[in-house]
Design a protein around this ligand. Structure first.
Ligand SMILES: CC(=O)N[C@H]1[C@@H](OP(=O)(O)O)O[C@H](CO)[C@@H](O)[C@@H]1O
Ligand SMILES: [Mg+2]
Length: 529
């Protein structure tokens, strides 16, 4: 008898309600599934099934499902799975997610499912647990409905974290799987804000005056999270929240948000009368996992501080704390390192490489996250677009908590390192937690936003997308910095780069049907060709 015989009825009903339309093709890429929200119901039903199976294959541990299309336009939506420790779905499951989503009929789907359950040796008797959330997009509620039907069809116990940010959902997955206490999701979220804000307040306890910060919330879920965080921060930091029109769902990411700022290298028009020279501001993206800082210099010129600048600030601050805590000597040595992608500005790579180890990996947070965890005791990673965090290995955390300080200064630095660990979301980058970390680092390094900006000067650069017939024809090597196919194209890029003395690379996007072309040069004209 089929392993699925008890489930077939519900599966049939779900597939009838959510058929794959002729010609539709889905792919689980860097950001999970992502396309127009209206096209995703069939995918969500199957993701519900996949999440239940993933949980069973992990012995009943809780799996996360996040419905968001992040910085993409308001009509888009997407979905991704989160593994038990709050990390992205194991890469080896991505192609199965794609196979599930594209199964055209009930019979084909059942055959794929049976095969899959057998090959992964999943016992359908094991309990299945999931927690899910969505951003503020209008298509979210109906996608949640389809997702829940998928959970129900597979008998998974599901917890609804409602409208919340991607990083909070990742955090929830991790804490649910590690806590030994009774929990409810609202208390866990409350606990997250408390952890962040209490550590932040301790780190700034000796700062007399409160700083203030303008935050562009991209008219998305970050607005809700930032309002909540503001309540917890009290007087320790005054937040001026802008672009908070969450109800007008069509305004999401429209002419605002971290991606708008990073790609256009300009201030959202809605902030021009809000940001005063010398004042600092920052933008979140549509699901609040990216952060870009900026300010207007004395002449009123817009200056952007992106993920590379954040890496530099945070890595310098942490290196200083490690040294001050006495954790950089031969016996206790904690190795601090940085992970970047090819999109990191060449100036940042040069600046950082002179001070600490730097690794370059392919685009996509999972690559950065794994490299940071595997290569360093404390790994700082940010994509240039502002998505990143800091990872402390368990041995580094142990050293921070068990090291016996020999001086009062060492004791202070150790205390600060402990609080820094608490301000950070180690499961995935959180724009708001990163924002607190930047504020702390600026204070303790005694940097103004200008001093921070001047640590190095960005090389002029351009990032454009190009529509091509088949982006899969573009194959890369060397952490996506060189093309292997189409034949001859890399040689042409090399020739142009040689003429300008800059750097350029071409790679297929993992989230959009385009190839991205990046160019960087010593002079602006050369980068723009
Ligand atoms: C140049 C760029 O910003 N690429 C982004 C974008 O990936 P692409 O594969 O380039 O589409 O979306 C990813 C998911 O959000 C993010 O990790 C990555 O940094
Ligand atoms: Mg995002």
């Amino acid at each position: 008898m089929s392993a699925l015989s008890g489930f077939e009825n519900e599966l049939r009903k779900g597939l009838e309600e959510y058929p794959v339309k002729p010609g539709e093709k889905f792919s689980y890429g860097t950001a999970g599934f992502r396309t127009l929200g209206d096209k995703l119901e069939s995918v969500l039903f199957k993701v519900g099934i996949l999440a239940a199976l993933r949980s069973r294959s992990c012995g009943g541990k809780t799996i996360g499902v996040m419905i968001t299309a992040s910085h993409n336009s308001a009509e888009d939506n997407g979905v991704k799975l989160v593994d038990p420790r709050g990390e992205m779905l194991d890469t080896s499951w991505e192609s199965h997610a794609t196979d599930f989503a594209n199964a055209p009929s009930l019979d084909a789907f059942i055959a794929i499912l049976e095969n899959f359950i057998r090959s992964k040796q999943i016992s359908l008797g094991t309990p299945a647990n999931v927690v899910y959330a969505r951003d503020t997009r209008a298509s979210g509620p109906k996608l949640v409905t389809a997702l829940r039907k998928g959970f129900a069809a597979m008998g998974a116990a599901a917890t609804d974290a409602e409208v919340t940010t991607t990083p909070i959902l990742h955090y929830l997955v991790d804490i649910i799987n590690t806590t030994t206490q009774e929990w409810n999701v609202n208390n866990l979220i409350e606990g997250y804000y408390l952890k962040l804000s209490n550590a932040f307040k301790r780190l700034l306890a000796d700062r007399g005056t409160s700083a203030h910060l303008l935050i562009d919330c991209a008219n998305g879920v970050g607005a809700l999270a930032a309002k909540k965080l503001d309540d917890f921060l009290g007087e320790s930091l005054t937040l001026k929240l802008k672009n908070t029109s969450v109800e007008s769902t069509e305004k999401l990411n429209k002419d605002c948000g971290a991606d708008y700022v990073k790609v256009g290298q300009k201030l959202p028009p809605s902030l021009t009368s809000e940001l005063r020279p010398g004042e600092r501001g920052c933008s979140l993206d549509g699901d609040a996992d990216r952060l870009i800082y900026y300010y207007l210099d004395d002449s009123g010129k817009f200056r952007m501080l992106d993920g590379d600048k954040i890496t530099t600030l945070v890595a310098s601050f942490i290196m200083r704390l490690v040294k001050d805590a006495g954790l950089d000597d031969a016996q206790e040595k904690i190795k601090v390192g940085v992970v970047q992608t090819a999109y990191a500005n060449g100036s940042s790579t040069r600046y950082l490489s002179e001070r600490l180890p730097v690794t370059c990996v392919p685009t996509g947070v999972k690559h950065l996250h794994h490299a940071a965890a595997e290569r360093y005791d404390i790994g700082v990673y940010f994509e240039a677009n502002g998505h990143g965090t800091v990872l402390f290995s368990s041995s580094a955390q142990h050293k921070v908590t068990s090291h016996k300080p020999s001086t009062a200064a060492q004791a202070t630095a150790l205390g600060r390192l402990k609080d820094v660990i608490d301000v950070i979301n180690q499961t995935v980058g959180d724009a708001l937690s990163d924002m607190l970390l930047v504020e702390v680092a600026l204070y303790h390094m005694a940097y103004s936003v200008e001093t921070w900006d001047k640590l190095y000067s960005d090389l002029p650069n351009r990032l454009v997308k190009v529509k091509v017939g088949d982006r899969n024809a573009f194959v890369t090597e060397d952490a996506e910095r060189r093309l292997v196919r189409p034949p001859g194209l890399q040689a042409k890029i090399d020739e142009l780069v040689q003429r300008t003395g800059g750097r350029s690379f071409v790679r297929p996007s993992g989230t959009e049907d385009v190839v991205r072309v990046y160019a960087e040069a010593k002079e602006t004209d050369a980068a723009y060709w």
